[in-house]
Design a protein around this ligand. Structure first.
Ligand SMILES: [Ca+2]
Length: 473
């Protein structure tokens, strides 16, 4: 067993609850009533136990399996790019899977969601998380759409409702900025105090090893592998925090261009030839995911055991796997589509307050729900706001309230498609096409349109269409 793996196991055990009974070690307010005892000063008086500059170096505390809810936990939101269920190693969809011990460890110690939906493309999913509103409301329905500055960001919402409690930052891919909303300054316009990542290139980078970094509006060229750089930035920023923090870490991995990641970040023997990558991109795409997993492990390993015990980690894919590297799903039912291959994404949550260790959850949840969920975790007591419904209670209680319907849509390439589902059935309405109905329990890959089956499903269709119309009012 490598040193890294031993270390990782310690980190994951810590996420399950080491570090002293789960009481908050964040300095500053731990109240959830909107007032703060942390008066907004950013004093660095040494009283903080939250910044965790030291790395874990022993086994102290790992025998405590309990993770009690904590007030004002640190929140680490990790988004991967173009990663559907077929390449998520703890879902049973694909056959060629990446080795991802960090995420598998999170799943073993946390809660895995089997029915999480996002939008079919990058920008719309990010906009739903940022605003808690569906794309047809914000206008962000396709890759590259600009987020309107009139929208209230999750970070602004937290700052307003639990003032002076959280520091927040976004690292990595933004994909919501353009000429209409401030360009490189858009994250600051949206209330992000600290942004370091990707803005200029529409979908990510042309080259993972040579790209334009934007740090609070300032551009510079960077030659560090993007996955590594974003983790470096997150580690450095977290180490400086003396208040509870909310870090949004959005990898551009494993979005195209398919490439050979640094050899020390994966164990695959792959040719660096571009022709080899072109001819069979899947192993390279998997290697990029393995590199991401290893770097997530490095990030978690950089946190002190005390900080880990007060941190909740949310991992989610932003949309389905691209057609060139998809498995199981049909070629035209991948990223960009409202079929499962486009919108069903991995979602794992572990850490502070997640007491349903190693369990799976079938509740319908959506990227739009992350707004209210994260706001609730931050102490705003936001069960529902805009289109967003918090599922924070599910992290500790499997009988918590849940959605009856989940919704997604796209307006890419003139498609203007939408879909809605209940716990079992899914209605698909594509532009200028007949509606389709699938039984996701019996037919998870949408092979058999029930509207072609001769079975009377009119009541189901009516129910779902009525609910969609209510959502889209
Ligand atoms: Ca994406």
């Amino acid at each position: 067993m490598t040193t890294f793996r031993i270390y990782l196991i310690f980190v994951l055990i810590c996420l399950a609850g080491c570090g002293g009974g789960g009481s908050s070690s964040n300095n500053g307010s731990s109240s959830n009533n909107g007032s703060s005892s942390n008066n907004g000063s950013s004093s660095n008086n040494g009283s903080s136990s939250n910044n965790g500059s030291s790395s874990n170096n022993g086994s102290a505390g790992i025998s405590n399996p309990e993770t009690n809810p904590v007030s004002s936990p640190n929140i680490l939101l990790i988004l991967s790019d173009d990663v559907g269920l077929d390449v998520a190693s703890n879902y049973s969809v694909g056959t060629q899977l990446p080795t991802m011990p960090t995420l598998e460890g999170l799943a073993e110690n946390g809660l895995t969601f089997d029915n999480a939906w996002a939008y079919p493309m990058c920008s719309p999913t990010r906009a739903t998380i940022l605003t808690g509103r569906y794309g047809y409301r914000t206008g962000v329905l396709s890759g590259g759409d600009d987020i309107p500055t009139a929208e209230t960001s999750l970070q602004d919402f937290i700052d307003t409702n639990v003032p002076n409690v959280y520091e927040h930052a976004v690292f990595g891919k933004w994909h919501l900025a353009g000429n209409s909303n401030g360009g490189d300054d858009n994250p600051q316009v949206m209330g992000i105090e600290n942004f370091s990542g990707l803005i200029p290139s529409a979908s990510g980078v042309d080259n993972y090893n040579n790209w334009t970094l934007v740090e609070n509006g300032r551009r510079s060229q960077n030659q560090t592998y993007t996955t590594t750089k974003f983790v470096n930035l997150a580690i450095e920023w977290i180490a400086d925090q003396d208040k509870p923090w909310f870090a949004w870490l959005a990898f551009n991995a494993a979005h195209a261009p398919f490439h050979l990641p640094p050899l020390d970040l994966h164990d695959r023997a792959l040719s660096p030839d571009q022709s080899a990558i072109r001819n069979n991109p899947l192993p390279y795409y998997l290697a990029a995911l393995e590199a991401m997993d290893r770097e997530i492990g490095r990030l978690l390993g950089s946190l002190s055991s005390e900080t880990l015990a007060n941190t909740i980690v949310i991992y989610m894919g932003d949309n389905g796997t691209p057609g060139r590297v998809t498995q199981t799903y049909g070629r035209n039912r991948t990223k960009g589509s409202v079929y499962e291959g486009g919108i069903a994404v991995p979602l794992i949550i572990a850490g502070a307050g997640v007491t349903r260790s190693g369990q799976r959850e079938s509740a319908l949840v959506s990227s739009v729900d992350l707004f209210a969920t994260i706001a609730t975790l931050a102490g705003t007591a936001t069960d529902e706001i805009n289109d967003s419904k918090s599922f924070a209670e599910l992290l500790a209680e499997n009988t918590a309230p849940r959605r009856s319907y989940s919704y997604s849509e796209t307006d890419a390439n003139g498609s203007r498609d939408w879909t809605i589902r209940n716990s079992r059935y899914k209605l698909v309405q594509r532009l200028n096409a007949a509606q389709e109905l699938y039984d996701l329990q019996l037919d998870p890959y949408e092979q058999n349109d029930l509207l072609d089956s001769g079975i009377d499903v009119s009541a189901i269709v009516t129910e779902l269409r009525t609910q969609a119309e209510l959502i889209r009012q």
